[in-house]
Design a protein around this ligand. Sequence first.
Ligand code: FO1
Length: 332
Amino acid sequence: MRRQRVTVLAGGVGGGRFACGVRDLFADQDADLRIVVNTGDDMWFAGLRVCPDLDSVMYALAGVNDSERGWGRAGESERVSAEMAAFGMDTSWFTLGDLDLGTHIARSALLRSGTTLTEATQRLSRRWELGATVLPVTDAEVPTLVDVELDGHPARIHFEEWWVRHRAAIPTNGFVFEDAAAAGISAAAAEAIRDADIVLIAPSNPIVSIAPMLAIPGVRESIGASRGRVIGVAPIIGGHAVRGMAEQCCAVVGVPATAQGVGLYYGARSAGGILDGWMVDTVDADAIGPLAMGGIHARSVPLWMRDATTTRALAAAAVELASFRPLVEPAR
Ligand code: FO1
Protein backbone atom coordinates (compact mmCIF):
# COMPACT_ATOMS: atom_id res chain seq x y z
CA MET A 1 0.00 0.00 0.00
CA ARG A 2 1.68 3.22 -1.13
CA ARG A 3 2.15 5.79 1.62
CA GLN A 4 -0.24 8.74 1.30
CA ARG A 5 1.71 11.81 0.22
CA VAL A 6 0.60 15.07 1.81
CA THR A 7 2.37 18.35 1.10
CA VAL A 8 1.76 21.62 2.93
CA LEU A 9 2.85 25.05 1.68
CA ALA A 10 3.47 27.15 4.75
CA GLY A 11 4.79 30.42 6.07
CA GLY A 12 5.82 30.90 9.66
CA VAL A 13 3.56 31.10 12.64
CA GLY A 14 0.22 29.96 11.20
CA GLY A 15 2.08 27.52 9.00
CA GLY A 16 3.83 25.82 11.90
CA ARG A 17 0.63 25.42 13.86
CA PHE A 18 -1.29 24.06 10.86
CA ALA A 19 1.56 21.68 9.99
CA CYS A 20 1.27 20.20 13.49
CA GLY A 21 -2.46 19.59 12.92
CA VAL A 22 -1.80 17.84 9.62
CA ARG A 23 0.97 15.77 11.20
CA ASP A 24 -1.36 14.74 14.03
CA LEU A 25 -4.14 13.89 11.56
CA PHE A 26 -1.91 11.43 9.67
CA ALA A 27 0.12 10.28 12.67
CA ASP A 28 -1.25 6.72 12.67
CA GLN A 29 -1.19 6.39 8.86
CA ASP A 30 2.55 6.58 8.25
CA ALA A 31 1.92 9.25 5.61
CA ASP A 32 4.75 10.95 3.72
CA LEU A 33 4.22 14.49 5.01
CA ARG A 34 6.33 17.29 3.56
CA ILE A 35 6.16 20.96 4.50
CA VAL A 36 7.39 23.39 1.81
CA VAL A 37 8.29 26.61 3.59
CA ASN A 38 8.71 30.26 2.58
CA THR A 39 12.27 31.59 2.65
CA GLY A 40 11.52 35.21 1.77
CA ASP A 41 12.02 36.30 5.38
CA ASP A 42 15.52 34.84 5.46
CA MET A 43 18.48 37.15 5.99
CA TRP A 44 22.13 37.34 6.96
CA PHE A 45 22.05 38.90 10.44
CA ALA A 46 25.19 39.47 12.52
CA GLY A 47 26.95 37.17 10.07
CA LEU A 48 24.44 34.34 10.61
CA ARG A 49 21.81 32.94 8.25
CA VAL A 50 18.45 33.41 9.96
CA CYS A 51 15.45 31.56 8.46
CA PRO A 52 12.38 32.64 10.46
CA ASP A 53 9.70 30.57 8.75
CA LEU A 54 11.80 27.40 8.47
CA ASP A 55 12.58 27.72 12.18
CA SER A 56 8.97 28.45 13.20
CA VAL A 57 7.81 25.32 11.38
CA MET A 58 10.69 23.15 12.65
CA TYR A 59 10.34 24.32 16.25
CA ALA A 60 6.52 23.91 16.18
CA LEU A 61 6.76 20.33 14.83
CA ALA A 62 9.48 19.60 17.40
CA GLY A 63 7.29 21.01 20.17
CA VAL A 64 10.07 23.34 21.33
CA ASN A 65 8.59 26.58 20.02
CA ASP A 66 7.58 29.58 22.10
CA SER A 67 3.86 29.22 21.44
CA GLU A 68 3.15 32.60 23.05
CA ARG A 69 5.36 34.64 20.78
CA GLY A 70 4.83 32.31 17.82
CA TRP A 71 8.53 32.31 16.95
CA GLY A 72 11.80 31.30 18.59
CA ARG A 73 12.36 28.69 21.26
CA ALA A 74 10.52 27.99 24.50
CA GLY A 75 12.49 28.65 27.69
CA GLU A 76 14.70 31.13 25.90
CA SER A 77 17.35 33.44 27.37
CA GLU A 78 19.09 36.39 25.75
CA ARG A 79 22.56 36.58 27.26
CA VAL A 80 24.39 36.53 23.93
CA SER A 81 22.20 39.21 22.35
CA ALA A 82 22.80 41.39 25.44
CA GLU A 83 26.55 41.03 24.84
CA MET A 84 26.09 41.89 21.17
CA ALA A 85 24.24 45.06 22.19
CA ALA A 86 26.95 45.87 24.76
CA PHE A 87 29.45 45.82 21.92
CA GLY A 88 27.30 48.39 20.17
CA MET A 89 25.91 46.11 17.47
CA ASP A 90 22.69 47.47 16.01
CA THR A 91 21.01 44.13 16.54
CA SER A 92 18.64 44.69 19.45
CA TRP A 93 15.66 45.33 17.13
CA PHE A 94 15.69 41.62 16.28
CA THR A 95 15.77 39.40 19.35
CA LEU A 96 18.07 36.40 18.95
CA GLY A 97 17.65 34.03 21.87
CA ASP A 98 20.58 31.90 23.04
CA LEU A 99 18.93 28.61 22.02
CA ASP A 100 17.81 30.12 18.71
CA LEU A 101 21.37 31.28 18.06
CA GLY A 102 22.43 27.64 18.25
CA THR A 103 20.25 27.01 15.21
CA HIS A 104 21.62 29.98 13.28
CA ILE A 105 25.24 29.10 14.09
CA ALA A 106 24.75 25.44 13.09
CA ARG A 107 22.93 26.37 9.88
CA SER A 108 25.51 29.02 8.95
CA ALA A 109 28.36 26.57 9.50
CA LEU A 110 26.63 23.99 7.29
CA LEU A 111 25.97 26.53 4.54
CA ARG A 112 29.57 27.77 4.71
CA SER A 113 30.74 24.17 4.39
CA GLY A 114 28.89 24.04 1.06
CA THR A 115 25.61 22.35 1.89
CA THR A 116 22.40 23.61 0.32
CA LEU A 117 19.70 25.09 2.52
CA THR A 118 17.66 21.93 1.83
CA GLU A 119 20.48 19.72 3.13
CA ALA A 120 21.18 22.02 6.09
CA THR A 121 17.48 21.97 7.03
CA GLN A 122 17.47 18.17 6.93
CA ARG A 123 20.57 18.06 9.13
CA LEU A 124 19.00 20.41 11.70
CA SER A 125 15.60 18.66 11.61
CA ARG A 126 17.12 15.25 12.27
CA ARG A 127 17.60 16.24 15.89
CA TRP A 128 13.88 15.80 16.55
CA GLU A 129 11.18 13.35 15.48
CA LEU A 130 9.19 15.92 13.51
CA GLY A 131 6.90 13.42 11.76
CA ALA A 132 7.35 15.50 8.61
CA THR A 133 10.07 16.66 6.22
CA VAL A 134 10.68 20.42 6.27
CA LEU A 135 11.79 21.79 2.90
CA PRO A 136 12.76 25.34 1.89
CA VAL A 137 10.91 26.33 -1.28
CA THR A 138 14.24 27.27 -2.89
CA ASP A 139 17.94 26.96 -2.10
CA ALA A 140 18.55 30.41 -3.58
CA GLU A 141 18.48 33.60 -1.54
CA VAL A 142 15.32 35.50 -2.59
CA PRO A 143 14.71 38.06 0.15
CA THR A 144 11.34 39.77 0.38
CA LEU A 145 12.04 43.50 0.29
CA VAL A 146 9.61 46.31 1.03
CA ASP A 147 9.44 49.70 -0.74
CA VAL A 148 8.71 52.29 1.95
CA GLU A 149 8.96 55.98 2.76
CA LEU A 150 11.55 56.51 5.50
CA ASP A 151 11.97 60.08 6.83
CA GLY A 152 10.26 61.29 3.67
CA HIS A 153 12.64 59.44 1.37
CA PRO A 154 11.89 56.28 -0.61
CA ALA A 155 13.79 53.24 0.63
CA ARG A 156 13.85 49.52 0.01
CA ILE A 157 14.31 47.57 3.26
CA HIS A 158 14.33 43.89 4.20
CA PHE A 159 10.97 42.45 5.16
CA GLU A 160 12.13 41.72 8.73
CA GLU A 161 13.06 45.39 9.26
CA TRP A 162 9.62 46.41 7.99
CA TRP A 163 7.88 43.76 10.07
CA VAL A 164 9.86 43.94 13.31
CA ARG A 165 11.64 47.28 13.51
CA HIS A 166 8.83 49.33 11.93
CA ARG A 167 5.85 47.04 12.73
CA ALA A 168 4.55 47.72 9.18
CA ALA A 169 3.60 51.18 10.46
CA ILE A 170 5.43 53.29 7.85
CA PRO A 171 4.17 54.33 4.39
CA THR A 172 4.54 51.20 2.28
CA ASN A 173 4.36 51.05 -1.50
CA GLY A 174 4.93 47.40 -2.30
CA PHE A 175 6.77 44.14 -1.85
CA VAL A 176 9.62 43.04 -4.07
CA PHE A 177 10.80 39.46 -4.36
CA GLU A 178 14.24 40.43 -5.53
CA ASP A 179 16.10 37.95 -7.74
CA ALA A 180 13.09 35.61 -7.80
CA ALA A 181 13.40 35.27 -11.58
CA ALA A 182 17.00 34.02 -11.28
CA ALA A 183 16.00 31.49 -8.64
CA GLY A 184 14.19 28.21 -9.02
CA ILE A 185 12.12 25.90 -6.88
CA SER A 186 14.28 23.31 -5.16
CA ALA A 187 14.10 19.82 -6.65
CA ALA A 188 12.81 18.41 -3.36
CA ALA A 189 10.06 21.04 -3.10
CA ALA A 190 9.02 20.52 -6.72
CA GLU A 191 8.76 16.77 -6.19
CA ALA A 192 6.86 17.27 -2.93
CA ILE A 193 4.24 19.38 -4.71
CA ARG A 194 4.02 17.44 -7.99
CA ASP A 195 3.63 13.93 -6.60
CA ALA A 196 1.43 14.79 -3.62
CA ASP A 197 -1.94 13.12 -3.21
CA ILE A 198 -3.08 16.40 -1.67
CA VAL A 199 -1.49 19.84 -1.40
CA LEU A 200 -2.62 22.06 1.48
CA ILE A 201 -2.01 25.83 1.53
CA ALA A 202 -1.63 26.73 5.23
CA PRO A 203 -3.48 29.75 6.70
CA SER A 204 -0.32 31.85 6.35
CA ASN A 205 -0.05 35.46 5.29
CA PRO A 206 -1.01 35.37 1.59
CA ILE A 207 1.07 38.42 0.63
CA VAL A 208 4.35 37.93 2.46
CA SER A 209 4.43 34.18 3.10
CA ILE A 210 2.58 32.46 0.23
CA ALA A 211 3.06 35.00 -2.60
CA PRO A 212 6.89 34.99 -2.20
CA MET A 213 6.81 31.23 -2.80
CA LEU A 214 4.56 31.60 -5.86
CA ALA A 215 7.06 34.14 -7.26
CA ILE A 216 9.78 31.47 -7.39
CA PRO A 217 9.93 30.01 -10.92
CA GLY A 218 8.63 26.46 -10.90
CA VAL A 219 6.29 26.78 -7.93
CA ARG A 220 3.15 27.72 -9.87
CA GLU A 221 4.07 25.17 -12.52
CA SER A 222 4.46 22.45 -9.87
CA ILE A 223 1.09 23.31 -8.32
CA GLY A 224 -0.57 23.34 -11.74
CA ALA A 225 0.91 19.92 -12.55
CA SER A 226 0.26 18.40 -9.11
CA ARG A 227 -1.49 15.08 -9.26
CA GLY A 228 -3.29 16.00 -6.05
CA ARG A 229 -6.05 18.45 -5.28
CA VAL A 230 -4.92 21.81 -3.86
CA ILE A 231 -6.90 22.98 -0.84
CA GLY A 232 -6.21 26.26 0.92
CA VAL A 233 -7.23 27.52 4.35
CA ALA A 234 -8.23 31.17 4.68
CA PRO A 235 -5.94 33.15 7.01
CA ILE A 236 -8.68 35.73 7.55
CA ILE A 237 -11.86 35.23 9.57
CA GLY A 238 -14.69 37.75 9.34
CA GLY A 239 -12.41 40.32 7.74
CA HIS A 240 -9.74 40.05 10.40
CA ALA A 241 -6.41 38.31 10.16
CA VAL A 242 -6.11 35.49 12.62
CA ARG A 243 -2.72 36.90 13.64
CA GLY A 244 0.14 38.84 12.20
CA MET A 245 -0.49 41.71 9.86
CA ALA A 246 -2.26 40.17 6.87
CA GLU A 247 -4.68 43.10 6.69
CA GLN A 248 -1.88 45.66 6.36
CA CYS A 249 -0.17 43.46 3.76
CA CYS A 250 -3.38 42.97 1.75
CA ALA A 251 -3.96 46.74 1.79
CA VAL A 252 -0.51 47.36 0.30
CA VAL A 253 -1.25 45.22 -2.75
CA GLY A 254 -4.98 46.00 -3.00
CA VAL A 255 -6.28 42.56 -2.11
CA PRO A 256 -9.53 42.67 -0.09
CA ALA A 257 -8.66 41.41 3.42
CA THR A 258 -11.48 38.87 3.39
CA ALA A 259 -11.69 35.09 3.05
CA GLN A 260 -13.31 35.65 -0.36
CA GLY A 261 -10.74 38.24 -1.43
CA VAL A 262 -7.76 36.04 -0.60
CA GLY A 263 -9.38 32.99 -2.21
CA LEU A 264 -9.98 34.86 -5.46
CA TYR A 265 -6.47 36.35 -5.22
CA TYR A 266 -5.04 32.81 -5.16
CA GLY A 267 -7.43 31.93 -7.99
CA ALA A 268 -8.87 28.67 -9.23
CA ARG A 269 -6.36 26.15 -10.52
CA SER A 270 -8.71 25.49 -13.45
CA ALA A 271 -8.20 29.14 -14.39
CA GLY A 272 -4.43 29.31 -13.92
CA GLY A 273 -4.55 29.96 -10.18
CA ILE A 274 -3.56 27.60 -7.40
CA LEU A 275 -6.75 26.48 -5.65
CA ASP A 276 -9.20 23.64 -6.17
CA GLY A 277 -10.79 24.16 -2.77
CA TRP A 278 -10.85 26.88 -0.11
CA MET A 279 -11.75 26.59 3.56
CA VAL A 280 -13.52 29.61 5.02
CA ASP A 281 -14.81 30.14 8.54
CA THR A 282 -18.48 29.70 9.36
CA VAL A 283 -18.83 33.50 9.63
CA ASP A 284 -17.70 33.76 6.00
CA ALA A 285 -20.14 31.22 4.55
CA ASP A 286 -21.55 33.96 2.27
CA ALA A 287 -18.28 33.74 0.31
CA ILE A 288 -19.04 30.21 -0.90
CA GLY A 289 -21.23 31.37 -3.80
CA PRO A 290 -18.85 34.00 -5.21
CA LEU A 291 -15.93 31.58 -4.84
CA ALA A 292 -17.85 28.90 -6.76
CA MET A 293 -18.40 31.50 -9.49
CA GLY A 294 -14.61 31.80 -9.58
CA GLY A 295 -14.23 28.06 -9.99
CA ILE A 296 -13.22 27.45 -6.39
CA HIS A 297 -15.09 24.86 -4.33
CA ALA A 298 -15.38 26.41 -0.87
CA ARG A 299 -16.52 25.01 2.43
CA SER A 300 -17.15 26.79 5.73
CA VAL A 301 -16.02 25.26 9.02
CA PRO A 302 -14.62 26.77 12.25
CA LEU A 303 -11.10 27.94 11.30
CA TRP A 304 -9.74 29.04 14.67
CA MET A 305 -6.76 26.84 15.55
CA ARG A 306 -7.22 27.18 19.31
CA ASP A 307 -5.48 23.98 20.28
CA ALA A 308 -4.23 20.69 18.89
CA THR A 309 -7.76 19.24 18.70
CA THR A 310 -9.29 22.11 16.71
CA THR A 311 -6.21 22.30 14.47
CA ARG A 312 -6.41 18.58 13.73
CA ALA A 313 -10.14 18.94 12.99
CA LEU A 314 -9.41 21.80 10.59
CA ALA A 315 -6.80 19.68 8.81
CA ALA A 316 -9.32 16.82 8.58
CA ALA A 317 -11.96 19.14 7.07
CA ALA A 318 -9.45 20.41 4.49
CA VAL A 319 -8.47 16.87 3.52
CA GLU A 320 -12.14 15.91 3.26
CA LEU A 321 -12.80 18.85 0.93
CA ALA A 322 -10.12 17.46 -1.39
CA SER A 323 -12.41 14.55 -2.23
CA PHE A 324 -15.27 16.79 -3.38
CA ARG A 325 -16.99 15.96 -6.65
CA PRO A 326 -15.56 18.50 -9.14
CA LEU A 327 -17.72 21.42 -10.16
CA VAL A 328 -16.26 20.92 -13.60
CA GLU A 329 -13.28 18.60 -14.11
CA PRO A 330 -10.49 21.17 -14.55
CA ALA A 331 -8.75 20.77 -17.88
CA ARG A 332 -5.15 19.77 -17.06
N1 FO1 B 1 9.52 38.89 15.56
C1 FO1 B 1 9.39 40.03 16.30
O1 FO1 B 1 8.31 40.63 16.30
N2 FO1 B 1 10.43 40.52 17.04
C2 FO1 B 1 11.64 39.91 17.06
O2 FO1 B 1 12.56 40.39 17.73
C3 FO1 B 1 11.80 38.71 16.31
C4 FO1 B 1 13.02 38.00 16.31
C5 FO1 B 1 13.09 36.78 15.61
C6 FO1 B 1 14.25 36.02 15.63
C7 FO1 B 1 14.33 34.82 14.93
C8 FO1 B 1 13.24 34.38 14.20
O3 FO1 B 1 13.31 33.20 13.52
C9 FO1 B 1 12.05 35.12 14.16
C10 FO1 B 1 11.98 36.33 14.85
N3 FO1 B 1 10.80 37.09 14.84
C11 FO1 B 1 10.70 38.24 15.56
C12 FO1 B 1 9.61 36.65 14.12
C13 FO1 B 1 9.69 36.94 12.63
O4 FO1 B 1 9.74 38.29 12.35
C14 FO1 B 1 8.43 36.30 12.03
O5 FO1 B 1 8.41 34.98 12.49
C15 FO1 B 1 8.38 36.09 10.56
O6 FO1 B 1 9.45 36.57 9.90
C16 FO1 B 1 7.07 36.66 10.05
O7 FO1 B 1 6.51 35.73 9.22
